[in-house]
Write a protein that binds this ligand. Structure first.
Ligand SMILES: Nc1ncnc2c1ncn2[C@@H]1O[C@H](COP(=O)(O)OP(=O)(O)OP(=O)(O)O)[C@@H](O)[C@H]1O
Length: 238
């Protein structure tokens, strides 16, 4: 079942074409990684699904709801994990979770919360500590927990693995794979070819606002994917 869909999604900033007729579909249980250099249009794509900016033409749909036409319904089905997850630093992880759950109109039980934290391998001893002390990996996990507690059908993640040490990145990759396997659709923006291969069920290569290729990560080795990516980056814009 398709959860996220872009139909000829296009965004102009002034006369600059940031996104050019993007067509993607992400089903429940899938992870699509958008891979591309700075300025390729990855964040613009996420922002259009989130309704942070309006498309110039085309549609972004979440669980069948057009984001521009019915932003509340689309947003209700979406979770978002920003590159830097905003938390209240003086509140504990538990208090942050309770606050954001309330904001989303949810009142999850402690058992449900604990099951989600357990699944995300969030250290139980840390949940009562102020969120200001959390590492980036812990903040990402709390961001995921907020999305899962909300019951999001799709979660968008902007550069979730950048700035993580290798152990924390490996751990988060495993957590993201398990989250998708649980039936959530994930759309991830990244610069990191090798991590994209680890986490994705499909990789979309973007350049200058266009999706120039879609790759099955299982069909290519890491070096082959890198070589394909570099070939696309070297091609002159059409
Ligand atoms: N609010 C804005 N106003 C004008 N131009 C913008 C705006 N947001 C993005 N752009 C431009 O649109 C293009 C796509 O940017 P976008 O942030 O989507 O790329 P990206 O692939 O996410 O890059 P990065 O990896 O650096 O985050 C870039 O040329 C960028 O300068």
């Amino acid at each position: 079942m398709t959860v996220l869909e872009a139909r000829d999604l296009t965004k102009l900033y002034g006369d600059h074409l940031a996104l050019d007729r993007l067509n993607i579909a992400v089903a429940a249980g899938e992870t699509l990684c958008l891979l591309g250099a700075n300025g390729a249009g990855k964040t613009t794509t996420l922002n259009l699904f989130l309704g942070f900016t309006a498309p110039t033409s085309g549609q972004a749909l979440v669980s069948g709801h057009d984001v521009a036409a019915d932003p509340a319904a689309a947003r209700a089905a979406l979770g978002y994990v920003a590159e830097v997850v905003s938390l209240y630093p003086s509140l504990s992880g538990a208090e942050n979770l309770a606050f954001f759950a309330q904001l989303a109109g949810q009142a999850p039980r402690a058992t449900q919360r604990d099951a989600i934290l357990d699944r995300l391998r969030f250290p139980a001893s840390a949940i009562a500590r102020p969120a200001g002390d959390y590492s980036k990996g812990m903040r990402q996990k709390l961001g995921l927990a907020i999305a899962l507690m909300k019951g999001a059908k799709a979660i968008l993640l902007d550069e979730p693995l950048s700035g993580l040490d290798p152990a924390a990145a490996n751990d988060l990759v495993a957590v993201l794979r398990e989250t998708a396997a649980g039936g959530t659709a994930l759309l991830v923006s990244t610069h990191d070819i090798f991590r994209a291969k680890d986490v994705a069920t499909r990789i979309g290569i973007m350049r200058h606002g266009r999706l120039v290729d879609t790759v099955d990560p299982g069909a290519l080795s890491g070096p082959e994917l890198e070589s394909l990516y570099l070939t696309h980056m070297a091609e002159r814009a059409a």
